[in-house]
Write a protein that binds this ligand. Structure first.
Ligand SMILES: [Mn+2]
Length: 298
């Protein structure tokens, strides 16, 4: 795997030609060489356990971003043109898990090698695994902050070890104990909650109350931020494959993100927006605003 990555790492052939792919996310029109942050889509939902459709997430967000202001009143800052380069969506074979994950991993490695921060739009949550793997190679002290309704700590799901239901367990395989902080968790098996109670990961159920403790525990270590948007309550975010009642408000998630401003976030993702279930466009609007704040924050 690593050899394949290294063959690709000397050039940008694995990036798509954006000119053929339509809209950029708002204001993300920097030149690749000059950008600090590289935004890309991973439109893949090959292991969705309930309702597929998140493959359409990146396209919906780019299109609807035309409606959003570049200025954030929350941070009193502008998403400045010149900071972020949207390189479009990776071309991923929908039935091919291994090649899709390999392409995400090599893309993230390339972006990190170029000294930039990758921000990925899913797609389903399994796309986070190769991104974290690539970041861990670059940053051995990597920590993960994970916002989600679901623990995603299963050892396997219906016999599959690589699934959006197992993604945090696979990330734990990679990072080990004491590196993962979870927030908003309200769904999982007895075994998943026991795994957290045994101290392998720091799981906060239902809300983000312990976030300040996590921030001080992480300190100056590099952070991968993974936001599964189903952490939000389905009343504010219905457009997702596996909705779970009892979630965060938009304001709570936003306030939580703003608490991360002192951390060294080296990469981030935003996953599980599924436009086919977003009949009013509300979920996409919520996702856009979270992404804008995230891009300004890092
Ligand atoms: Mn989830």
């Amino acid at each position: 795997m690593i050899d394949q990555d290294q063959q690709k790492i000397s050039h940008h052939d694995n990036f798509p030609d954006f000119s053929t792919l339509g809209f950029r996310f708002m204001a993300c029109a920097a030149d690749y060489q000059e950008a600090e942050v590289i935004l890309f889509g991973a439109p893949w939902d090959g292991t969705a356990s309930f309702r597929p459709g998140s493959r359409f997430g990146p396209a919906a967000m780019r299109l609807d971003s035309l409606s959003l202001e570049t200025f954030s009143p929350y941070q009193n800052k502008e998403l400045v043109t010149g900071k972020v380069c949207d390189i479009g969506d990776l071309e991923l074979p929908m039935g091919g898990r291994a090649p899709s994950l390999a392409k995400i991993r090599s893309t993230v490695r390339q972006i990190l090698t170029d000294g930039k921060k990758p921000v990925m739009i899913g797609g389903e949550h399994l796309v986070s695994l190769p991104a974290v793997t690539a970041c861990h190679l670059q940053f051995p002290q990597l920590c993960v902050l994970h916002f989600d309704a679901h623990a995603d700590l299963r050892e396997e799901y219906l016999g599959e070890t690589l699934s959006h239901a197992t993604v945090m367990r696979r990330i734990w395989d990679e990072l080990g104990d004491g590196r993962i902080w979870q927030f908003g968790i309200r769904s999982g098996t007895v075994e998943e909650f026991a795994f957290a109670r045994d101290g392998h990961v720091a799981m906060r159920t239902f809300d983000c109350g312990s976030l300040a403790d996590a921030v001080s525990a992480i300190g100056g270590r590099p952070v991968y931020l993974s936001i599964d948007l189903d952490v939000l309550d389905p009343s504010v975010f219905p457009g997702t494959g596996t909705p779970e009642p009892g979630g965060l408000s938009f304001q709570t998630l936003l306030d939580s993100l703003l608490q991360l401003s002192g951390l060294q976030i080296v990469a981030a993702d935003l996953v599980e927006l599924s436009p086919p279930y977003d009949t009013g466009g509300i979920s996409t609007a919520v996702a856009l605003k979270i992404l804008r704040e995230l891009l300004i924050l890092i």
